[in-house]
Design a protein around this ligand. Structure first.
Ligand code: NAP
Length: 277
C-alpha cells in the first residue's frame, strides 16, 4: 500500500447492524489520532469469498469475521494460524500487501486477558475450571485455559457428544459430565465459565443450580447482553469475583487493531463506554 493510502478495516457478518466492534475501533482510532476507517459489512455466505478477495485492492488491511462466517473463512484464507486451526474458527483476518489472507483467532486471547484484567488474583493452578457449553466459544476458552496452564477442566454441555468431542481433541485434562450434573460440578470449581448462549437477551435463562457458588471463586459469563446475567448476579451475591463478557469482546479486538493500524490500544473504561454507546 502506498504511504498516502488510508488504511481500512471492518467487520463482516450477517446480520451485522448490532455489532459493537465499529464503535470500539472508531473510539481507538480517534483516541490515537490515527487515519483509518472501520466499517460494518453485511455479507451473505455465498458472497463471502468474492468480497474478501476484493477488499485488499480497495485499501483494506484486514477485517474481523463474525457469525455466520467464522468457520467458512478458514477455507478461503491462504494461511491459517495454529491457534485458529486448533479452535476451528477465525475471527481476525490480515491482508498482506500481495493480497494474501491470513486467518487468526483472538477469542481465546480476549477471554484470558479479560479474566486477568477483571480478576487479577486469578491463577491457573487455583483448581478446576468448570465450563458450561461446548460450542464454538467453548473451544476458544478451552484452548486459552490449557495454554495458560489450567490442568483440570470440568466440561458440561446439553448435547454430551459435543463435549466428548472436545475432550477427544483437547485431551486428558478435560472431564465430561452430564448437563443435569452441571450444578454439582460448580461446588469443586475455582473458576466457573458460561460459554452457552443461555441468559442472553432473547434466549432461555441459564437454569443450572448455582448454590455451589462460593466466596473465592472467579465466575465469568461470555454473554454480555445483559451485562449482568443471572449467573453473575448470583455469583456476586455469593461473594465470588465476577467478570462480565463485554471485556472479552474488547480484548479480542486488540491484536487486530494493532496489526491494521500500528498502535496497540488499551481496554479501559473509555473503551468499554464506547462499545456500550
Ligand atoms: P454455539 O457454537 O452456537 O454454541 C451454543 C452453546 O449454547 C452450545 O453449548 C449449546 O449446547 C448451548 N445451548 C444453546 N441453547 C441451549 C439450551 N436451550 N439449553 C442448554 N444449552 C444450550 O455458540 P458460540 O459461538 O459458542 O457462542 C456462545 C455464546 O457465547 C453466545 O451467547 C455468544 O454471543 C457468546 N460469545 C461471546 C463472546 C465475547 O466476546 N464475549 C465471544 C464469543 C461468543 P448444545 O451443544 O447442546 O446445542
Amino acid at each position: 500500500m502506498s504511504a498516502e493510502k488510508i488504511p481500512l478495516a471492518g467487520v463482516i457478518g450477517s446480520p451485522i447492524a448490532h455489532s459493537r466492534s465499529p464503535l470500539l475501533h472508531r473510539h481507538w482510532l480517534t483516541t490515537h489520532g490515527l487515519p483509518g476507517f472501520y466499517i460494518p459489512m453485511d455479507v451473505a455466505p455465498d458472497n463471502l469469498e468474492r468480497v474478501l478477495r476484493a477488499l485488499p485492492d480497495a485499501g483494506f488491511v484486514g477485517c474481523n469475521i463474525t457469525i455466520p462466517h467464522k468457520e467458512a473463512v478458514m477455507r478461503i484464507a491462504d494461511k491459517v494460524t495454529d491457534r485458529a486451526t486448533l479452535i476451528g474458527a477465525a475471527n481476525t483476518l490480515i491482508f498482506r500487501e500481495d493480497g494474501t489472507i491470513i486467518a487468526d483467532n483472538t477469542d481465546g486471547y480476549g477471554f484470558i486477558e479479560n479474566l486477568r484484567q477483571g480478576a487479577p488474583e486469578w491463577v491457573p493452578d487455583a483448581g478446576p475450571a468448570v465450563i458450561l457449553g461446548a460450542g464454538g466459544a467453548a473451544r476458544a476458552v478451552i484452548a486459552a485455559l490449557a495454554d495458560a496452564g489450567v490442568n483440570e477442566i470440568l466440561l458440561s454441555n446439553r448435547t454430551r457428544m459435543r463435549a466428548e468431542k472436545l475432550k477427544e481433541e483437547f485431551g486428558a485434562r478435560i472431564t465430561v459430565a452430564d448437563w443435569v450434573q452441571a450444578g454439582n460440578l460448580i461446588e469443586d470449581a475455582a473458576t466457573v465459565i458460561n460459554t452457552t448462549s443461555l441468559g442472553m437477551v432473547g434466549k432461555p435463562e441459564l437454569r443450572v443450580p448455582l448454590d455451589g457458588l462460593q466466596r473465592g471463586m472467579v465466575v465469568t459469563d461470555l454473554v454480555y447482553t445483559p451485562l449482568q446475567t443471572r449467573l453473575l448476579k448470583e455469583a456476586e451475591e455469593a461473594g465470588c469475583t465476577v467478570v462480565d463478557g463485554l471485556g472479552m469482546l474488547l480484548h479480542q479486538a486488540v491484536p487486530g487493531f494493532e496489526r491494521w493500524f500500528g498502535v496497540r490500544p488499551v481496554v479501559d473504561t473509555a473503551a468499554r463506554a464506547a462499545a456500550l454507546r
